[in-house]
Design a protein around this ligand. Structure first.
Ligand SMILES: [Zn+2]
Length: 326
């Protein structure tokens, strides 16, 4: 992995490149930001950069034996720590400390990457703090977390924090066209759903996402024709499949958001999905703003009730009886 292969995050990467060029790297970094946006890639690129055989100020070459070993987890001086089960345990930290006491084996620096660093348990955190307080001279520590507030403040304060922000929708869409060979329209759709995460954008199943939205659209247009008896019968069926219900609510919120955006801005470009645009546009044209807002409240309230373990059937009945009838 080299810095130039990472999508977006220019500012964070420039900070690291400047530190490399000025020989001013911190002993410990904390890469924070939501899951799947490229923190781990940046950590591997940094680990490769400090050990690259053709090192340049802008980072590693990505091709020399050292860079290749970093990528395949085969570099003897680059260690990656991941939770053992749910936690990072003290034995794992002790092993690292023993290794840090040795000189680099073949690289210039020992590098430790700790993924999901917030999962260090109390004993591991306290042991790790010792390493941060007296970092070995030629070691580089990179903590990765989506929950920096889950780390001990004393650990956090001893690291230089580099924040990774969600990728803008157009950056993500462009990258998805290139990397997944998607059409512009599909890429734009997936980029909205992935919420700034390249990892999520690469994994998302387009057909399944579209099918789920079509199901919601069919349900909504059907509901308008239904009497309360039919709506209650339908609620009973839907409530039996919790996952489907949650998905339906999630998509409902998303569609209503689109309808509200369209209603207020009249801009199709801002909407999530071209096919759903039709639905959102119809809703925006047919319903008043207070009515759209009331429906949005209804969906948000349904989600909260489900989170608080209120009966799925009650929540669904309430939703189907009230939706679009406010
Ligand atoms: Zn290299």
């Amino acid at each position: 992995m080299k810095f130039s292969s990472i999508e977006g995050h220019e500012k964070s990467i420039r900070t690291l490149q400047r530190a490399i060029a000025n020989n001013a790297l911190a002993h410990a970094y904390l890469f924070s930001g939501q899951a799947g946006i490229g923190k781990k890639k940046a950590a591997f690129a940094l680990a490769a950069a400090v050990n690259c055989l053709n090192a340049r100020p802008e980072g590693g070459c990505g091709e020399c034996p050292s860079c290749r070993k970093v990528d395949t987890l085969g570099h003897p001086d680059v260690h990656v720590l991941v939770p053992d089960g749910d936690e990072i345990k003290i034995d794992q930290i002790r092993q690292v400390q023993a290794d840090f006491a040795l000189k680099p084996f073949e690289g210039a620096k020992k590098v430790l990457i700790v993924d999901n660093a917030e999962s260090m348990n109390a004993a591991a955190s306290n042991a790790f703090l010792k390493t941060l307080e007296e970092p070995p001279g030629d070691a580089l520590i990179i903590l990765i977390t989506a929950m920096p507030q889950g780390l001990l403040p004393t650990i956090r304060s001893r690291c230089q924090e580099i924040m990774f922000h969600p990728l803008p929708r157009n950056t993500l869409a462009r990258a998805l066209v290139q990397r997944r060979g998607l059409s512009e329209e599909d890429a734009w759709f997936i980029a909205a759903l992935a919420q700034g995460s390249m990892g999520r954008g690469l994994e998302m199943d387009i057909a399944a996402e579209k099918a789920a939205r079509e199901e919601v659209a069919a349900l909504w247009s059907g509901l308008a024709e239904m009497g309360p008896g039919e709506a209650l019968a339908l609620a009973e069926t839907i409530a039996k499949d919790r996952e489907r219900l949650e998905r339906l609510i999630e998509i409902g919120v998303e569609e209503l958001r689109d309808a509200l955006v369209y209603r207020v801005t009249g801009e199709e470009r801002l909407l999530v999905h071209a096919e759903a645009q039709q639905l959102s546009r119809q809703m925006a044209e047919r319903y008043s703003l207070p009515r759209l807002l009331a429906d949005m409240d209804l969906f948000m309230a349904s989600r909260n009730l489900l989170d608080r373990r209120v009966s799925a059937q009650l929540v669904t009945e309430n939703l189907l009886l009230k939706f679009g009838r406010g």
